[in-house]
Design a protein around this ligand. Structure first.
Ligand code: TA6
Length: 298
């Protein structure tokens, strides 16, 4: 155990947290409680695992993920901030912004009455201050708060996304409800606006959609695993749905060629026309609340 991990384990020992270092020297916090287990890397404040008691693991991680400073971890919940996708003008800038590439500070770890754990991480990405609260419990609660200092001279705009990767039995047998009545931007091939489908989302090819002005909850229906995953949210007006399918998976070195069948992303975001502009002294919180229910108990 490195000095840093040992110091953190001592500092947060009453919260039942253990710390270790993965390949690349990234420090990981590991929690195992009565209601859930969870993992979070300080690199990117990256939530890498959540498994409620009695359930399969809910977040998906690539077997080929990087665990290196300066590179994003593939899977779990990358934090996209202060831009989503490619930078508007700087082609050399990293996709999905800088927050997922820098080391965050673990500010607090608090046991919850339920037996879960609440972690709070913080970082600075000028001119913004970021605070990220993660609750590992029967539900997974992720809250990203962005603050702009009162002494800042001008309003500032940002995009954010909690880019959550979910494990599924088979992408070809799951469906998503909640967005039937929403139009969307189709990013596959020539970007195009598409009208509302009127039905559940099913997957038969690469799927990469931004649903603007969508604050609804979404449900992943996974009949093979006899479960539903419910993603509700606040402070988010964009929802992104993504599965890379075959060709795009093969183009990503940190994504196994056959891993596309076992994952999908539903992202809780504010992007494009839903981007947030803060006045000096203001803050905004984007929250995702993730729960699992057994179909057998329905
Ligand atoms: O959220 C969907 C998306 O924008 C896709 O276009 C794909 O690029 C995905 O994010 C992953 O991006 P990343 O930079 O993590 O490889």
């Amino acid at each position: 155990m490195s000095t840093k991990s040992a110091e953190l384990t001592t500092r947060f020992t009453n919260a039942g947290l253990q710390f270790d270092e993965q390949a690349g020297g990234l420090v990981r916090a590991v929690f195992s409680g009565a209601t859930a287990a969870g993992e979070l890397f300080l690199h990117g404040a990256h939530c890498a695992a959540w498994q409620p008691a009695g359930q399969r693991s809910v977040l998906w991680m690539s077997q080929l993920s990087y665990y290196e400073a300066g590179k994003p971890i593939r899977g779990g919940v990358p934090i996209c901030f202060p831009w989503f996708g490619a930078h508007a003008t700087d082609k050399a800038a990293p996709g999905h912004g800088l927050a997922r590439l820098q080391e965050w500070e673990l500010k607090s770890a608090q046991s919850l009455a339920s037996g879960g754990l609440r972690l709070v991480c913080a970082t600075e990405l000028a001119p913004f201050q970021l605070e990220y609260a993660v609750e590992f419990d029967k539900q997974l609660k992720l809250s990203l708060t962005t603050r702009l200092g009162a002494d800042h001279p001008t309003p500032q705009r940002f995009e954010d996304a909690l880019h959550t990767y979910f494990s599924v039995s088979d992408i070809k047998s799951v469906s998503i409800t909640g967005l039937e009545n929403r139009h969307y931007i189709d990013k596959v091939g020539q970007v195009a606006e598409r009208s509302a489908s009127g039905g559940a989302i099913v997957f038969t090819e690469e799927t990469d959609r931004i649903y603007p002005q969508s604050s609804e909850s979404c449900v992943i229906h996974d009949p093979d695993w006899q479960r539903q995953v419910i993603i509700s949210k606040s402070g988010s007006n964009s929802t992104i749905v993504w599965n890379p399918w075959i060709a795009k998976s093969a183009r990503m070195p940190d994504f196994g060629n056959d891993e596309w069948t076992g994952m999908l992303c539903i992202e809780t975001a504010n992007v494009g026309s839903d981007a947030i502009t803060l006045e000096p002294g203001q803050q905004h919180t984007t929250t995702a609340l993730i729960a699992v229910s057994d179909l057998t108990s329905q």
